[in-house]
Ligand binder design. Sequence first.
Ligand SMILES: Nc1ncnc2c1ncn2[C@@H]1O[C@H](COP(=O)(O)OP(=O)(O)OP(=O)(O)O)[C@@H](O)[C@H]1O
Ligand SMILES: [Mg+2]
Length: 386
Amino acid sequence: MFIKKIFLKSFRNYSGLEQDFSPGINLIVGQNAQGKTNLLESLYILSMGKSFRTVRDTELIKWNSKGYVVKGIVIKKEDELEIKLKYLKNDRKRVWINNVEKKHLRDFVGKINVVVFSPQDLSIVKGEPSKRRSFIDKELIQVNPLYSFYTSQYNKVILQRNNLLRSLSKNSKDIGLLEVLNKQLAKYGTQILLKRQDIVRKLSILARLIQRKITGGKEDLEINYISTIGDVTDKAQRVIYNIFLDKLQKMKEKEIERGITLVGPHRDDLTFLINGIDTKVYGSQGQQRTTALSLKLAELEFIKSEVGDYPILLLDDVFSELDRDRQRFLLKTIKHVQTFITVTDGMHADIQPDRVFRVEKGVVKECFGIGEIGKNTKDQNQETWS
Ligand SMILES: Nc1ncnc2c1ncn2[C@@H]1O[C@H](COP(=O)(O)OP(=O)(O)OP(=O)(O)O)[C@@H](O)[C@H]1O
Ligand SMILES: [Mg+2]
């Protein structure tokens, strides 16, 4: 799949943009703070319905504007799709596919698939458990529309349950309601656990192969899902459900005392082991970076295996951070993937892009080849668009 063309209106620092792209490598060059990441952000929104940088849609609206529009023409398995998202202040986000408005954002998310790799992704390896949970959740939402239903139901139960736990510490009358909520939590939680375990198993196999290739066979990467309810590896749905309920029963006193739900997928984690050793704790900077790269490339292969087509790859500021060998490995791997690579001026050494664009103050100009990056020979922007 690839994005053939994008239209932006009042999005971040873009007043209006109409730009077509190559199905191969698109290099986006420019100085700092010109709008390179903003452009990638708009492409990501076409896939996920929200930004990878913020949860607040108002931040995406160009200052002093009423709202923003992002529209893309996408080629997916030879079909042409028009995907559009519009957000006006004080209104809900509205989405269209081929001019038909969709009632729910979840009917829009994942129509095209995108993998983004930015310096912040190192926090998947190094950061807090929430980063790792959100990483797998984002993958699952893209390939499994039901997943966001399970997570939103689960989160609703958590809220209700936490309120109840707090009130139980003062008055233990509602213990019957707790049992009801436990069953609901275990029901949705089990679905989440099954899906997460499955994706982690697949990503682990793919990432291991990639890490071996990058390191010439020296590093054996293993990704494990660590659940707070206990060992649920390879267990059947019914068994996981019962383990979950047992654990909630065991934790009852402690949870009432603390007033929060202490176990379940909202508290689970992943580990990345290199040759059996935890990369988060003991890995070198280089090993952590390689792990993040392997993970992202595993994501590409995972989405390909699930939806039958490679996703679009957005590399924001990471290319120049990699050493030569890793850069070469990456370029070899993405031969059949539409890729957008942002680089600041002068950092595009080994890339052989199909098209090159220069971004300056929210205006995109195409350049014909690396040698002409500074010449701004073709201006495809339109200041007004509706
Ligand atoms: N809602 C908005 N309206 C107008 N301008 C905005 C908005 N949000 C961000 N900007 C501007 O966009 C610019 C940042 O753009 P972006 O993050 O894409 O930069 P970049 O080219 O990726 O830079 P770097 O190389 O530093 O990563 C900043 O100048 C910021 O002030
Ligand atoms: Mg940037």
